[in-house]
Ligand binder design. Structure first.
Ligand code: PM9
Length: 461
């Protein structure tokens, strides 16, 4: 709402436009078949509204584009690195900043430095790239979401919270010496874009402190999380977003981040920490895998755009609009009969596919089936976060373990689509709702050994 009571329009005007393609249903059928019924394989030019991800898909501002021209492309110690360092230190309060080309590169460097095959890494929910980086080393990633987080229908203001009691029991059970860090994902992407409360972050730090277990935050959506704290947590209504961000990270010993999300850039990330010897060890690996520690796989211009993007990310008007846009989108979808995960998260609307398509069992990939229907019906690209992305095989019994939640995510890129685009998606859904009982499952014909959802191929049953 604006102060005159009118609904808030986009808090920006459009300076550059990019045409988007219209395709026919027949073309979309053929494109999908060629892509093995996996929307990751569809040429982006053949997508009308692309809600695959909010990662790297933001529109940069005029300030960021002018920052690009201020790129200092010196190999070492470019001025943009110092600008980024100053911005991150001011916003997050960490001493050491190691740029990386994106989030998973930060995860790789962190876990390659601290984890071994016997390590156990607890989290509220590890994102899939984080889990894969941990498991690639042979270590174990463990999720301790609060029970409310696994129920898509109940309301809880901070469904992203970690279950402190279970973390405490876990430390007792495995011993603190095998836990190199605890990781907290804010907001919790794999659990529906749900925020973590300040109280939960603070209490987690208190729980870990006596065991000397450092707390790291996966900070991809730190600004949206801070906005939810301001909106929902007692005592924070009058705080500014930068104040909330600073407090959130004051309880952490470090963070990894893909700045392709809240950081409002198309490529970038970093690791930050206060732990001197860890920073030193990671810097050495950074040189091996990413580049000199002052650029970490990025150009000077990328560092500049990132520094500006991080400042724009904590602008309260930007966040108020962003959260309201996603919420209104979710409410409209619910209004046409689509079961959406409650409450609606920060960066995306998540569809509860178990309730939407109860006739398709998880063994036949109902979430994937919905993503294919969305493309054929309206040229819309969404992502499955269910059986394809998160199925595990029990190492002891060899049994297939399906994820509790079967979700399809409609992620909203930042500053890219207008309300009219999202209304179009709602209309397409209204059509799908009418004949949803006719949708059929899929059979998987190819899967990679890890992160299979990116490249898996399917055929309709
Ligand atoms: N997230 C997303 O779409 C992009 C990859 S999957 C299509 O949500 C968290 C919480 C993420 C995340 C990426 C990464 C990895 C780490 N943590 O993609 O490597 O949501 O920059 O970041 C995606 P990068």
């Amino acid at each position: 709402m604006t102060d005159n009571g009118a609904p808030m329009p986009e808090p920006y005007k459009i300076k550059v436009v990019e045409p988007i393609a219209a395709t026919t249903r027949e073309e979309r059928q053929a494109i999908l078949e060629a892509a093995g019924y996996n929307v990751f394989g569809i040429p982006a030019e053949k997508v009308f509204v692309d809600l695959l991800t909010d990662s790297g898909t933001s529109a940069m501002s005029d300030r960021q584009w002018s920052g690009i021209m201020m790129g200092d492309e010196a190999y070492a110690c470019s001025r943009n690195f110092y600008r980024l360092t100053e911005t991150v230190q001011r916003l997050f309060g960490f001493k050491h900043i190691l740029p990386t080309h994106q989030g998973r590169a930060a995860e790789h460097i962190l876990f390659a430095t601290i984890a071994h095959s016997d390590s156990q890494i607890p989290s509220n929910t590890h994102f899939d790239t984080t889990r894969a980086n941990i498991e690639h080393i042979g270590a174990t990633a463990v999720d301790f979401m609060i029970p409310e987080g696994t129920d898509p229908e109940t309301y809880h203001p901070f469904k992203g919270n970690i279950d402190l009691e279970r973390v405490e029991e876990f430390i007792k059970e495995v011993g603190p010496e095998v836990i190199p860090i605890c990781m907290l994902t804010v907001t919790n992407n794999a659990g529906g874009g749900q925020p973590v409360s300040m109280e939960n972050i603070r209490s987690l730090k208190e729980l870990l402190r006596p065991h000397n277990i450092p707390l790291f935050i996966d900070a991809c959506r730190f600004a949206e999380n801070a906005y939810f704290i301001k909106e929902r947590e007692a005592g924070y209504g009058t705080h500014t977003i930068p104040e909330i961000v600073r407090e959130m990270f004051s309880y952490a010993d470090g963070c990894t981040i893909s700045t392709k999300k809240d950081g409002l850039v198309n490529i970038g990330g970093f690791i930050a920490t206060n732990i001197d010897d860890l920073a030193e060890a990671m810097r050495n690996l950074l040189i091996l895998y990413e580049g000199f520690p002052t650029y970490g796989g990025l150009a000077g211009r990328d560092l500049e755009a990132m520094a500006i993007g991080l400042e724009e990310a904590v602008d309260e008007r930007h966040l108020a609009y962003r959260v309201a846009q996603v919420r209104m989108f979710g409410e409209k979808l619910a209004g046409v009969g689509v079961p959406v995960l409650q409450p609606i998260g920060g960066h995306a609307v998540y569809i509860d596919v178990k309730r939407f398509l109860p006739h398709i069992p998880q063994s036949k990939f109902p979430g994937q089936a919905l993503t294919t229907a969305l493309y054929i019906e309206g040229g819309i690209r969404a992502v499955e976060l269910g059986t394809v992305a998160f199925t595990k095989v029990d190492p002891e019994t060899g049994e297939t373990v399906y994820p509790l939640l079967e979700l399809v995510r409609l992620a909203v890129p930042r500053r890219v689509y207008t309300q009219a685009h999202l209304d179009y998606v709602v209309q397409v859904f209204a059509e799908i709702v009418k004949r949803k009982d006719e949708l059929r499952g899929l059979r998987m014909t190819y899967e990679a050994p890890f992160l299979r959802h990116f490249t898996a191929r399917f055929e309709p049953i």
